[in-house]
Ligand binder design. Structure first.
Ligand code: C5P
Length: 479
C-alpha cells in the first residue's frame, strides 16, 4: 500500500489541505482520507475550503455492514528490554488494519533499531524532537494528532513520570503532552520500580487524566532470579486493547432475536419467457436486513428477483413468485419480528401458458388474473406462529396516510411503514426514501413522519424503533 507524504505535496495543495482540515476540525491526514473516500463514492465537496459546511445530519451515518474502519496509531517505543515485543506489536496492529507510525526514544534505540521498526511498519520512524525534516511543519504535533490512538509500549517508569508531570523535553514526551487522542500505556519495569511510591503516584495521576493502562503482568523478569508484577503485556493483549479503544464494540440490541424480512418484487409468469413484475429494486428490504444483522439479529431474507448482493451474515432465500415467497416465509417461522418490505404482485395469471404464447390473427390472448395470497395478512392473522411484532409497508401514489392506516387495520399487522412512490419522488429504484411510521397507541393510530433519508438510514432508524419496542415490551423469544 503506497503512503503519501503530505510534506512533499506542492504548496498550493498543502495550503488547501491545511485550510480545509482546519475548517473541518480534522487532521490533514484524516482530511486526505475523507477527500479520497468522497472521490471514490462520487460525492464532491466544493473545491473552496471556505464554503459553508453541510448542515449537520440528525441521523447517524450508517456503517456499511461488514466494513472495518481504517485506523491509525502512533506507537511510542520506550527504552526497556520489552521493546523487542513492540516489534511484534507493530505486526499485530497492522494485521488488524491499523496503520502504525513509530517513535523511538533515545533509550529505546539501545534495544531495537529504527530500521526494524520502519521495515515492519512500512513507515518512516521518528526519533528526534529537533529533526529539521519533520519539524518544519511541527512534526511532533502531527504525530500527536494525526492518529486515532497513541500507544506507549513499553511505557517505562521514566516515561510515565514525565507524562504524569507534563514534561516535554524529547519527542515522545512532547507528543504525549501535545496530544488530544486517547493514550494506551503498556508499562514494563522491574517489580520494585512498579511498586515504588513514586510510580504508584504517577499511575494514579495518569489514570485520573484518562490514560488507559494494559498490564503489567506478573512473571519472571529479564533480570536473573527476579519475578513479580512488571512484565509488559504480550503484543496480542496490547493489540486487542488498542482495537477495543479504536473500535468499541457496537451494541447489539437485537441479539438473540430472529428477524424475517421480505424484499424485492415478485415475478408472476405469463408463459415460460414472460412475466408480470414491478419496479421494486429491493434496496429498502436489503438495507433493513443489513441493519438488523448489524444489531445482532439472526436474519432470514426472502427476496424476489433483484440485482443486489446478500448482506454479509444474512441468510437469503431467493424466490420468483408470490406463492413461492409465502412458502419460504412460512418455512422460516417462528420469528420474533417479521418485516414485509416486498412489493408482492397482487395478481398472477390464472392460465399460465406452458409454451410461449403466439401472436394469432384472433388478436391478443386473454390473460385472466387471479389474486395472489396476501403474505402480510396471512402471517398477521396466524393463530399460533404469529411473530410478536409484524411490520408491513404501504407504497402508495396517493392518499398515503389514509391508505396506509386502512392497510394497518385490514391486514392486522402492528406497524406500517408508509412511503410515497409516485414517479416524481424517485423512491422506486432510488436511494432515498421519505417514510411515515404508523402504529397504535392506546387503541389510536399514530403517525410518526421521518425526514427524507437514504434507504440505509431509514433501515437503521426502523431497527432502532424495533429495538426500543423489543426492550419496552420484552418480546417473548421465538420458539
Ligand atoms: O400491495 P400492498 O400495498 O397491499 O402491500 C402492503 C403490504 O403488504 C406490504 O408490506 C407488502 O409486502 C405486503 N403484501 C404481501 N403480500 C401480498 C401483497 C402485499 O405480503 N400479496
Amino acid at each position: 500500500m503506497a503512503s503519501l507524504t503530505i510534506r512533499k505535496l506542492d504548496d498550493t495543495v498543502k495550503t488547501y489541505l491545511r485550510l480545509r482540515s482546519a475548517k473541518n476540525r480534522r487532521s490533514v491526514e484524516e482530511e486526505v482520507r475523507v477527500i479520497l473516500r468522497e472521490l471514490i463514492e462520487g460525492r464532491e465537496e466544493p473545491l473552496t475550503p471556505f464554503a459553508a459546511p453541510p448542515a449537520p445530519s440528525t441521523t447517524p451515518t450508517p456503517q456499511r455492514a461488514g466494513a472495518v474502519a481504517e485506523a491509525s496509531v502512533t506507537l511510542i517505543i520506550g527504552g526497556g528490554i520489552a521493546a523487542y515485543k513492540s516489534l511484534d506489536l507493530i505486526r499485530r496492529l497492522k494485521e488488524r488494519r491499523i496503520e502504525v507510525r513509530c517513535v523511538l526514544t533515545k533509550a529505546a534505540q539501545q534495544f531495537v533499531t529504527p530500521l526494524a521498526a520502519s521495515a515492519l511498519s512500512h513507515e518512516r520512524v521518528y526519533t528526534d524532537l529537533f529533526d529539521p525534516q519533520s519539524e518544519f511543519d511541527a512534526g511532533h504535533i502531527r504525530l500527536a494528532r494525526d492518529c486515532d490512538l497513541i500507544v506507549v509500549a513499553p511505557a517505562t517508569a521514566d516515561l510515565m513520570a514525565k507524562m504524569a508531570n507534563g514534561h516535554a523535553d524529547d519527542l515522545a514526551s512532547a507528543i504525549l503532552l501535545a496530544t488530544n487522542r486517547k493514550v494506551l500505556l503498556a508499562p514494563a519495569m522491574n517489580p520494585l520500580m512498579w511498586n515504588n511510591a513514586a510510580t504508584r503516584r504517577n499511575v494514579t495521576q495518569l489514570q485520573r487524566d484518562g490514560v488507559v493502562l494494559i498490564g503489567p503482568n506478573s512473571g519472571e523478569m529479564a533480570e536473573a532470579g527476579e519475578a513479580g508484577v512488571g512484565r509488559m503485556s504480550e503484543a496480542i493483549e496490547i493489540a486487542n486493547a488498542a482495537e477495543r479503544l479504536l473500535r468499541p464494540p457496537v451494541p447489539k440490541p437485537l441479539a438473540g432475536k430472529r428477524v424475517l424480512i421480505t424484499a424485492g418484487p415478485t415475478h408472476e409468469p405469463i408463459d415460460p419467457v414472460r412475466y408480470i413484475a414491478n419496479r421494486s429494486s429491493g434496496k429498502q428490504g436489503f438495507a433493513i436486513a443489513a441493519a438488523a444483522q448489524a444489531a445482532g439479529a439472526e436474519v432470514i431474507l426472502v427476496s424476489g428477483p433483484v440485482d443486489l448482493d446478500a448482506p454479509p451474515g444474512v441468510t437469503v432465500k431467493h424466490v420468483e413468485s408470490a406463492r413461492q415467497m409465502l412458502e419460504q416465509v412460512q418455512a422460516a417461522l417462528p420469528a420474533d419480528i417479521a418485516i414485509f418490505a416486498a412489493a408482492v404482485a397482487d395478481w398472477r395469471v390464472a392460465n399460465e401458458g406452458e409454451q410461449k404464447l403466439k401472436k394469432t390473427s384472433a388478436g391478443m390472448p386473454p390473460l385472466q388474473l387471479v389474486e395472489n395470497p396476501d403474505i402480510l395478512a396471512t402471517i398477521s392473522k396466524l393463530a399460533d406462529k404469529r411473530p410478536p411484532l409484524v411490520i408491513g409497508f404501504a407504497a402508495e401514489t396517493e392518499h398515503l396516510i389514509d391508505n396506509a392506516k386502512s392497510k394497518l387495520a385490514r391486514k392486522g399487522c402492528d406497524w406500517i411503514v408508509a412511503n410515497d412512490v409516485s414517479p416524481a419522488t424517485g423512491v422506486m429504484g432510488g436511494d432515498r426514501n421519505t417514510v411515515h411510521l404508523i402504529s397504535r397507541k392506546n387503541g389510536e393510530m399514530t403517525v410518526d413522519s421521518w425526514p427524507v433519508m437514504t434507504k440505509e438510514q431509514v433501515a437503521i432508524e426502523l431497527v432502532a424503533h424495533i429495538a426500543k419496542s423489543v426492550s419496552d415490551k420484552s418480546l417473548e423469544p421465538a420458539s
